[in-house]
Design a protein around this ligand. Sequence first.
Ligand code: AMP
Length: 579
Amino acid sequence: MNEIIVGIDLGTTNSEVAVVRDGRVEVIPVSDGVRILPSVVGISDDGELLIGESAKNQYALRPERTVRSVKRRMGEFTRIPMGDKDYSPQEISAMILRRLKKIAEDYLGQAVNKAVITVPAYFSDAQRQATREAGEIAGLEVVRIINEPTAAALAYESGHEGARTALVYDLGGGTFDVSVVNLEGDVVEVLASHGDNHLGGDDFDQKIIELALEHIKQQHGVDARQSATAMARLQRAAEAAKIALSDNPFVTIMEEYLLEHQGVPVHLSLEISRGDYEAMIAPYIAETLDAIHIALSGANLTVSDIDEILLVGGATRTPLVARRLEEELSLQPRSELDPDLCVAMGAAIQAGVIGGTKTSAVLVDVTPYTFGTSAIGEMEGALYPYCFVPLIRKNTPIPVSKSEVFFTSFDGQHKVEVGVYQGEDRDALNNIEIGQFTIEGLRDAPSGNPIVTTFSIDVDGILHVTSREKATGLEYSITINNALTLLSSDKLDEARERVRSLFGEEASASDLGTENRRYRVEAAALMEKAQRLLKKAGTEDSEDLVNGIEAVREVMDEADEVLKSAMDALADLLYYLEV
Ligand code: AMP
């Protein structure tokens, strides 16, 4: 049997272990379906060694028996108290590494004695040396220490042809760093790095905790800080709320019997909107943007030299991060790899290279298109009813579910039409409308009645869109079965071009009225789909298809109703042939 070399991401908040087998990268589960081990170590009241989730659970109640964030202490000559004893940072880290080694051995069914371990690009020699020692104490020969941004870039780009410059933006639980790297094939060079050792998702949790404490104080006149148990519960609830806000526009923190005040139980029920949450964390994100410019100038580069932005670290799942990066750098960041796992994956790829194992590119199932809906917004300085609002961006791993809030635009509005589009254009009508439904029977309310729309794509590529009136729970939805096999953007361009040519040079599609344009774009898409089916259809069906396509083409210039009826006939035929 070949000697296995594992790749380990020994993180401040979480750690992971990965391996390359049969050319494929696998991040090894630490327990049922979970591939992340919290980097927390503790001694229970019974003297048992706790590592990972159990130690994390103990932290809030028994901080004196629990150690978090030991990575920050690596390279220091210090002793860290835990229970009745104290330990060096290397020893604490070794406990985490030993657990990962054991997890890998149980999973692989063979001994694991060698590892590649990652460290931040800014780690000094002393810190790297301490990491090596931790490995040795854990019984692992550290065959190489590599930089985290190098590992992330390898996971994203292993084997990519040609040279590129990438910005690796890494926002974890407690640390932030950004690195400018050059990549060519499997060779990665870190050109510059900058960051803040005390900035991360934990700060976002803290903002939510402060909000909850203030709310409890106002509602119940009590300071919940007095109760360690209440604080432990708030800590967990805040992190869960933060994570939920990444995919939902609202979250409600519900903690019953949080504490007692003058013999009366205190319950917490607090709704937070994504908008309010984003306002609280915006200054932190602004700091990370400043760090990017410092790293770029350190590498003697400017924003325009960057080919890619790679997102690393769990906190980059916060939508505001990608949004601000896109605004600042005019590039859509890549996030198709799990940001918690890509450093471990890269470490495993490097381990594979050292051990002589070839790795194929990391494959993930992603949506090839952007899906979204439309809303009233500003376009070219004027209000426009069909501004495209993307909910699921292309290259997002599936399954995925994302929600956004929309608001009714006039008093007493009883229904809202929800269009479902595939495409990238800011004008929804230039994208393909793949579905549409109406949510009716809304309550009598002034304008601004919130409607939450959710787009979900499951592993089979089925898109499910739901709109719900927030106040009443009234809900309408549609399912689109073949969302991932609809038109590609090239095909979309071709279709658009064909429609344009039908109207001659001067009267381009965009000169037509909105309804008018919409039908013509849809008609082109429909014909395109029919053309594709034609290749697979039998003789009799082909004839029907050709007739159907011709019938639509012939009435392209005619009134909407005429075109619509030809389109309906063709759509019926397609439906019949597809079933
Ligand atoms: P890492 O150190 O890379 O493992 O990142 C951990 C941080 O990511 C913690 O603060 C988590 O709460 C945060 N995190 C994990 N998932 C999400 C999510 N979906 N949205 C926002 N933050 C998240």
